[in-house]
Design a protein around this ligand. Sequence first.
Ligand SMILES: Cc1ncc(COP(=O)(O)O)c(C=O)c1O
Length: 383
Amino acid sequence: MKIRKDFLPFSRPSIGEAEISAVVACLKSGWITTGGLCKAFEEQLCALTGAPRAVSLSSATAGMHLTLAALDIGPGDEVITPSMTFASTVNMIALHQAKPVFVDIDYGTLNLCCDEIEEKITRRTKAIIPVHFAGAPADMDRINRLARKYSLKVIEDAAHAVGAYYKGTHAGGFGHPAIFSFHPIKNITTGEGGMITLKSASLEKKLRLARFHGIERDAWKRYGRGGNPSYDIANPGYKYNLPDLLAALGLAQMERWREFNARRRMLAGLYLDGLRGTEGLDLPEVPSYDHVHAWHLFIVKVRGIARDSFMRKLADYNIGYGLHFSPAHSLSYVKKRFGVKAKSLPRTSRAAGRIISLPLFPDMTENDVHYVCAAVKEILKNV
Ligand SMILES: Cc1ncc(COP(=O)(O)O)c(C=O)c1O
């Protein structure tokens, strides 16, 4: 087949005139850091998820940091999470001197395997962090049941989950803290950014304080007309607030999330049709329960060829790719500090060497997908 001249990236944000105008309007407004636009963006996430509260942040990683701290997760505590997740979650657990306890995944969906959570629970377990992997919601009924039975906290990693519904409820709508990411490859972006949706008013208060130095009131209220610029700090906090400049982008993206996800779903469908039955390739599976998939990523598993050489060949075809993820149990510090054996996570280990994320983003054309499918088939045919 003929090799395309231009590079097809693995992901690219869809930024239109509406986004550009919104950011320019914010720039001209005289207020660019955290303020009214962040508040409006938080309200949009409440409307989307059904959660009564939302706290905007500079990243999802910041959200995980603050949530673990607010829930008092620390030395001696165990947190159950899949190893097949982004390192940021495990880093935050480790930085709190707590222990990540990894649960294996389902090979087809890459979501955590709920059959194996209960056997990992000990008297030290404090929380479960499921990931709605690649936009496929985790089995929240089963996770919530276990959390109630053992009085555990649940923190949803909803980084991939704008537009993901489990049995009619959007990710983040279950009452637990849920953490969204707006990194540029995500379903909607603010450049960098994150959001915690939640129900508890007392937790929200802690998160808002910790997000901004521990200072009681937001800067925009302190510097507004008649505002009192003095402050006190009862407990030290961090500097994790989202600026309005980025919330302006987020609000404009929120207007388009349905359009984006419909496009992702259509392109994922084309991939599934185009690659079905390809020798040496396992396609992503979807959960068996009622759900709406957000199709954040399209992850295949290559069996017929070493993944590294498959990647090199994709590059020869001018096709970009991603790797989601290097499993946490294989990271040097995790191995050294927590000593997790690969054979204790057989399906994670099996998937880890085979997964590769193919290009998927709303501005991709149908021909782009056909091109990738043809290239993948040609590569696997010629091994
Ligand atoms: C599953 C998962 N969790 C958390 C994060 C962290 O998000 P952020 O980059 O906004 O901190 C990511 C980002 O890639 C992710 O994929």
